[in-house]
Design a protein around this ligand. Structure first.
Ligand SMILES: [Zn+2]
Length: 328
């Protein structure tokens, strides 16, 4: 008998209410919705352990999370004797593979670091301020919002509409011609993180100019209407660069180097951020870091530094430099 192919997909950091098939209006999930329409859509499914790694471990082993031991946590260790369904399938003659157009079996990419809600959270936390979002221009659905000032005065709303039309040739633009007061509109679009606001009123019309306001610094500049096409991209690029530099400086400021466990403990107690140390490569030392300081490995950067010769956990020769941090 020909064995059927089994396709198994899971999504991390995705909640049911963010899929079209469950009624979400503001996230578009056509592939999921199409599969749901042709298959079975569960409506009363709950997890006793709403965390990504334990959920994956439950799926892999077919066990409850309280039966999983170390695999029921957010650490990197997965007990060898846990037994996973991919091994059971392999024993039964299956492979984790797919049949390609050449009729041969191929191995798929089994890990991907996709764009998920986690990245949205990172953008909010990294760039946002007390007034709301600050979106980098590349991902901002609206890059420029045009707000007419005293829109009832002759020519103002017409000019605002004309500018928005012109800007739409090189930036994602929104004309806010609603009845709300300008101040209300400013706050609204600031909260939504629109990188650049363009204000135009009767006095500006007389001078053939407008006002550009950056979301991050609130810096205002008067720009001639004849120079908008270069001024807007330049302002967006300046904002992008400054956001990046600020985020990088913030990360650097919150990263400490340590060479002994005592140093690691002191730093972890006094600060929030990353601690970098050397590491021997042994799982036991990673576990020790988790148990004694509450830190897990975050990254082994390509650009390695030599902080010391030995692993701070065991004193054996160090192989790599690792960034440690608290997992949430
Ligand atoms: Zn070690």
């Amino acid at each position: 008998m020909r064995r059927p192919n089994i396709l198994f997909c899971i999504a991390d950091d995705a909640a049911w209410l963010h899929f079209g098939a469950y009624g979400c209006q503001w996230v578009s999930t056509p592939v999921f919705d199409s599969v749901a329409a042709r298959g079975v859509l569960f409506e009363n499914c709950y997890t006793p352990n709403a965390k990504s790694a334990p959920s994956r471990a439950s799926l892999l082993t077919g066990r409850y999370s309280w039966q999983l031991g170390e695999a029921g946590n957010h650490i990197c260790h997965f007990p060898e004797d846990a037994g996973v369904f991919t091994e059971a399938l392999e024993e039964a003659g299956y492979d984790v593979a797919f049949t390609g157009r050449d009729n041969q079996l191929h191995h798929p990419f089994q890990t991907s670091w996709g764009v998920s809600t986690r990245l949205v959270g990172a953008i909010i936390m990294t760039h946002g301020d007390d007034d709301g979002l600050i979106l980098p221009p590349a991902v901002a659905p609206i890059q420029v919002v045009v707000v007419p000032i005293a829109a009832h005065k002759p020519g103002v709303s017409e000019k605002a509409a004309e500018l928005a039309e012109k800007i739409s040739k090189y930036a994602r633009v929104k004309l806010d011609d609603s009845d709300n007061a300008p101040g209300w509109k400013f706050s609204q679009w600031e909260m939504k993180g629109v990188p650049l606001r363009l204000e135009i009123g009767p006095k500006d019309l007389e001078k053939n100019q407008c006002v550009l306001v950056r979301r991050d610094t609130r810096e205002k500049v008067f720009v001639s209407l004849d120079e908008l096409e270069t001024a807007i991209p330049a302002q967006l690029e300046a904002l992008r660069k400054d956001l990046y530099e600020r985020a990088l400086a913030n990360r650097e400021k919150r990263t400490w180097a340590a060479t002994t466990m005592d140093e690691v403990k002191e730093l972890a107690k006094a600060n929030t951020g990353y601690i970098k140390t050397m590491w021997c490569g042994d799982l036991a030392c990673e576990m020790k870091m988790k148990e004694e300081v509450g830190l897990s490995s975050r990254c082994m950067p390509f650009e390695q530094e030599h902080l010391s010769d030995v692993c701070p956990c065991c004193g054996k020769p160090a192989k790599t430099m690792v960034y440690w941090g608290v997992a949430y």
